[in-house]
Design a protein around this ligand. Structure first.
Ligand code: FMN
Ligand code: SF4
Ligand code: SF4
Length: 252
């Protein structure tokens, strides 16, 4: 089994690890232009961004060829839009002649700093339920269950993902403040190689995914988001920042 995953704060790496198999990071596959995936079972594990998948995954799906007997899609999400994201991805793959056998989603901490308070999120979504959700999915995959839900939700407005992405990216932006100690972590966790480190502070280029990895993983809280509720940050408690770096460091 091969699992293709994308993560910023570790939730999807945690899910992928618990499901087992060979883990392949999508930013690394993109960097190496490695687009031919073969295995008896293949999964794509990703976070929901604006009721769809992150831009990088949509770019990856345009290029990828997947040959498998059983393909599953799992997304992690914090509030809503999971079924919309799965539906869009299954449709995209179908257009390429790739059949999806199973989709499901895992409710986890919502790492979207402009709206969600990380203190509350960490308190509300405890590990027990998350592990239980993943165990059900693991059993389903092991028994090669055929399942696609796409249940109704408020994000069923046509093209909601386009509307959300447009409004939110216009409304919220990353502010680079003071206090940088030049540790280089933000550069290494960025899946887009979008950060350049100068002597005083990091500079963001114009290829941002808004994954917020730089903000969550900078210990000195140099990155803030306009109007965010507070400066609490998040990393999945089972994942180390060194593992996020292995997944996302696409620099030279
Ligand atoms: C830019 C952005 C947009 C997001 N949009 C949604 C959304 O529409 N619906 C939702 O439920 N969660 C949304 N989230 C939350 C993430 O999907 C969720 O926290 C996910 O588990 C993060 O996975 P990771 O830890 O592997 O990066 C968003 C997060 C980011 C950074
Ligand atoms: S992670 Fe923070 S302290 Fe480290 S280089 Fe980046 S901005 Fe500076
Ligand atoms: S600059 Fe920050 S938010 Fe943008 S892609 Fe890189 S890590 Fe993510």
């Amino acid at each position: 089994m091969k699992i293709l995953y994308f993560t910023s704060t570790g939730n999807n790496l945690y899910i992928s690890r618990r499901l087992g198999g060979e883990l392949l990071s999508i930013p690394q596959l993109m960097k190496n232009r490695d687009f031919n995936i073969f295995d008896d079972v293949v999964g794509i594990v990703f976070p929901v961004y604006y009721a769809t998948s992150p831009k990088m995954i949509r770019e990856f799906l345009k290029e990828v060829n997947i040959t498998t007997d059983y393909l599953f899609l799992i997304c992690s999400y914090g509030s809503d839009g999971d079924q919309n994201a799965l539906k869009i991805m299954a449709k995209t793959l179908k257009k390429k002649g790739i059949n999806v056998n199973y989709t499901n989603s895992v409710l986890m901490v919502d790492n979207y700093l402009p709206i969600f308070d990380m203190v509350q999120e960490k308190n509300i979504k405890d590990d027990f339920e998350i592990d239980a959700q993943i165990d059900i999915i693991k059993n389903d995959i092991e028994s090669r269950k055929e399942y696609r839900l796409f249940k109704k939700s408020f994000t069923d407005i046509p093209h909601i993902e386009k509307v959300l992405e447009k409004i939110m990216t216009k409304r919220y932006h990353i502010i680079v403040g003071e206090g940088c100690i030049n540790c280089g972590i933000c550069v290494k966790v960025c899946p887009r190689a979008n950060i350049i480190l100068t002597e005083e502070k990091p500079v963001l280029a114009d290829n941002c995914e808004f994954c917020l990895g730089c903000a969550h993983h900078c210990k000195n809280k140099v990155f803030t988001i306009n109007n965010e509720p507070n400066d609490e940050r998040y990393i999945n408690s089972h994942v180390k920042v060194s593992e996020i770096i292995i997944s996302n460091n696409v620099g030279d």
